[in-house]
Design a binder for this molecule. Structure first.
Ligand code: CMP
Length: 364
């Protein structure tokens, strides 16, 4: 696992035009994006976001400063090498440039053509990607027969089907309704977790700001803020909505949040194994987990838990071993609380324990 940044921009300046009409659009831009990071870039139109995105995407020549992408310095690189780097990047741009004479499936296949995969893998990947994006039934339609939102999703599928280590997206959810937008966002999150891909999005869509690890704000060609998303604020708001924490005072709530850790897991991760010693309590931020119990030879699924549900409380309450196995069934984000902090919360709040037991008995 490499921890070198995927994008490293140092003091980049950029100017359009010359002479009287010359206009500087980027001033001293410095930015780093690490593997697995999802960064959202916001700012008014004309602030330089798209210029920066196209520079990072090797679609424009670097004029001044240094710009490293996927380990290559782009400044001064010959055209042919820039083209080779572009192929490693997943681009989701607004003008999606689908081929009108090709079906959705054939368009997505194009995204794999430069990567020399065996034919069966091309078929599997293209089909799987379109299915994930809710287009299984439109696979053989041509772009003119698709809605704007469907075309946008085909473009997303084509950009991501080769599982790039870097995705650059300009308003990827703009043409999409809430559910389709979430599907796109989920695919991006999966890529960030599973491939440790860096994802850089330009967006004004408030509905997706919550996926960002960092938000970079640009105004007049400069980065005016680059902040780690205040996860604690989001956590507090989320906890306050969960019945098990809803009774707590804001002070207790923020004390818990300070002790919680956010974890992101890929599909199929075993979070808890039946019979082991309990060390943490889990709350699902988003995603889904399956709870199963092994009894002799047979294993049966006893429950499916989703956003806002918690688990892992029984072993901590009883001191006994884990009573079930919990596995993620999609990319899942959880907040965890270590045993000592869990015990302290129980002591601080009788209603917390009451709620835990209430849910426990409801589940039986
Ligand atoms: P624990 O025993 O610490 O670890 C496994 C967890 O699975 C357990 O806590 C509960 O949170 C959860 N669990 C066990 N049985 C069920 C069930 N029938 N329904 C939902 N969750 C369960």
């Amino acid at each position: 696992m490499s921890d070198a940044p995927v994008i490293c921009v140092r003091q980049v300046q950029h100017t359009f035009g010359s002479g009287e009409t010359q206009k500087q659009v980027l001033y001293d831009v410095t930015l780093e994006i690490m593997p697995g990071e999802i960064v959202i870039m916001t700012g008014p139109s004309g602030s330089g976001k798209t210029t920066l995105l196209t520079l990072i995407g090797a679609l424009r020549a670097v004029q001044e400063g240094s710009l490293q992408v996927l380990g290559y310095e782009l400044a001064g690189l010959p055209h042919q090498q820039l083209v080779a780097i572009r192929r490693k990047i997943g681009f989701i741009f607004q003008a999606h440039n689908l081929f009108d004479s090709l079906t959705a499936y054939q368009n997505v296949k194009m995204g794999l053509e430069l990567h020399a995969y065996p034919a069966h893998e091309v078929r599997t990947r293209a089909t799987a990607m379109l299915t994930t994006l809710g287009l299984a039934h439109r696979m053989h339609a041509k772009p003119h027969a698709l809605s704007g939102g469907q075309r946008q999703r085909v473009a997303v599928a084509r950009a991501l089907v080769h599982r790039p280590k870097l995705v650059l997206a300009d308003e990827p959810t703009a043409a999409l309704d809430k559910d389709a937008g979430r599907e796109v966002v989920t695919v991006l999150q999966q890529l960030a977790v599973e491939e440790r891909a860096a994802i850089m999005l330009v967006t004004h869509d408030n509905r997706i700001l919550d996926i960002a690890d960092r938000i970079v704000n640009m105004v007049d060609g400069r980065i005016i803020s680059d902040v780690l998303v205040q996860e604690s604020v989001a956590m507090c708001a989320f906890l306050a909505e969960c019945p098990v924490f809803a009774q707590l005072t804001p002070t207790t709530l923020s004390a818990i949040v300070d002790k919680m850790t956010k974890e992101r897991h890929t599909t199929g991760t075993v979070l808890i194994r039946q019979g082991e010693v309990g060390d943490k309590f889990y709350l699902i931020r988003r995603g889904q987990c399956e709870v199963s119990i092994t009894d002799g030879q047979s294993q049966r699924v006893v429950n499916t838990l989703g956003e806002g549900d918690f688990f892992g409380e029984i072993a901590l309450l009883t001191g006994g071993p884990r009573s079930a196995t919990v596995v993620t069934t999609e990319v899942t984000e959880v907040y965890t609380l270590g045993k000592a902090d869990f015990d302290a919360t129980l002591e601080a709040s009788a209603s917390f324990k009451e709620q835990l037991l209430k849910v426990f008995f409801q589940r039986q």
